[in-house]
Write a protein that binds this ligand. Sequence first.
Ligand code: C5P
Length: 289
Amino acid sequence: MHNLDRLILKSPAKINLLLKILGKREDGYHEIVSLMQAIDLQDEIILEKRDRGVTISTDHPDCPADENNLAFRAARLFLEEFNIKEGVNINIRKKIPIAAGLGGGSSDAAATLKGMSRLFAPEVPATKLHHLATGLGSDVPFFLGSGQALAKGRGEKLEPVTIFDDYWLVLVYPGFGVSTRWAYETFKISLTKIKKEFNLNILENRDDFFKALPGFDNDLEEVVKERYPVIGQIEDILTSSGAVKSSMSGSGPTVYSVFEQKPKAEEVARKIRRGDWEVFLTQPIPVYV
Ligand code: C5P
């Protein structure tokens, strides 16, 4: 094995094309079904070997640079688990907004786990990484996969799906974070939308995908929107501008909207920019494991 001392990794954001809450579990989590898609809005993680322990720095003032950072915890867990005496320095270049419903922190943690195994222990089995990822957070295992999945359980049970992915996304992040825990705690199971059956076998085909998409709900949307009405305002603007679908991602507050063609998405992205809103023009991407 060659001596690898430094690694640069990309960690993509995700959107939830569908997020259904099935019920509350005994362990306090919620049982969900979610269609998840990785997107080309990516943080960059630089891992560098050091003598001992974990150190971390980031270029974003709101991103914790201590053990509150999930990437820090991922690295520490990895060192402990494999009894590794050396350490690592993590530097995160943030592009993904924080606490935005885009899975940025989870993705950074997953990328760190992948990077740690390349730096220190290349033989780590995928099931072991998945187990470590699950311990870090419900969304972390998704980012170890291909970039598309049907997530079940609390989000960690992943089933492979092939979803049409040749479209454009306009994302609007309204400039504040939302706590995932708060969103789930505030959600009432009576708000679960029972309607619309979805057939996941037909999502590979463009026409079927665009037909099915508007019927995919995010069950967390109602409670988060009630507390932060700006989310509804953003959705209204995006919907009236011709998006195939506009929805909150995860526990919010980021709203994504789907466009079939790039020029239209570009135009909408240009026009919607204002105040504190951060706007991203992006696309689905596969994740390379
Ligand atoms: O798993 P993670 O730490 O990212 O979840 C953050 C919080 O979101 C949990 O503490 C829990 O309150 C809530 N959650 C939930 N059901 C899920 C995922 C998260 O209730 N499926």
